[in-house]
Each structure stands twice: as C-alpha cells, then as structure tokens.
Design a protein around this ligand. Structure first.
Ligand SMILES: [Zn+2]
Length: 135
C-alpha cells in the first residue's frame, strides 16, 4: 500500500471505494484516513519506458499518459548513499507524483525539493526497504 505524501503524515493510504478504479487510465483513487489527502495510484505500478540523462519516462496501465521524472545529481547521490539506485528513486518519484494528483507531464526532483514532501516520501521508502540495495 502507499504512504500518504503529505508532509509529516505518512499514514497508509486507503482505496476510495466510491471513486474506485478507472479502467481507462489504470489509476485508482486513494485517500488518507488521517489528513484527508486524496491522490492516485497505478494499480499495476509504474513501468519504466526509457531513460535519458537523469530523465526517466514512466507509463502505467492502459493509459497513454507519461510521467517524465527528472532527477538532479544531488538527489541521485543523496539516495545512492542510502542504497537506492536512481531508477528506483525515479519510480518512487513517479508514485509520489500520482499520489499528489499529477498523472502526466514532467516532475523535477531537484535540490529545492529536498525540503519537500517528495524528498520525505522517497526517504521513507528508502528506509522502509533497505534490502533493495542489491539491485
Ligand atoms: Zn495523510
């Protein structure tokens, strides 16, 4: 399940059974029972289509929408020291964007974002699964 992306929340999000699942986009609606934040989740997860230099393009489900994640060198190095490879970091940023309600377009994970909920979200993911460093 996904964690709430709101700053200082981190509650497990729950599926919104009324809004439910959209088979056209492959997205399902989630809400946070603690702070009320609403967002999306790709039911089958995000799939990496291709990578450029610091750029990672993801799609999800049957949707034709793409999310382009741009990572800064600072962000990549920061999370690499925590055992998270850039591709996985980019996937978490894509998950985060969906949770924030952004379903397409470009997301920049730059130095400014270190104080943001994106950074906090990825850090929580990094500490949640320390064993993935073998990837
Ligand atoms: Zn919340």
């Amino acid at each position: 399940m996904m964690l709430c992306p709101a700053t200082h929340c981190g509650q497990m999000m729950e599926t919104d059974v009324r809004a439910g699942y959209d088979p056209d986009s492959g997205l399902e609606c989630l809400f946070c029972p603690r702070c009320g934040h609403r967002g999306m989740k790709a039911r089958t997860g995000v799939q990496l289509l291709f990578t450029g230099q610091h750029e990672y393009v993801f799609s999800y489900g049957p949707s034709l929408s793409h999310l382009k994640i741009v990572l800064s060198t600072v962000a990549i190095n920061l999370f690499r020291t925590q055992g998270m490879p850039p591709t996985q970091l980019a996937a978490h940023v894509a998950d985060w964007a969906l949770l924030m309600g952004q379903v397409c377009g470009t997301v920049r994970f730059s130095g400014d974002l270190i104080l943001s909920s994106c950074y906090e979200y990825c850090r929580r993911e990094a500490t949640k699964s320390p064993a993935v460093s073998s990837l």
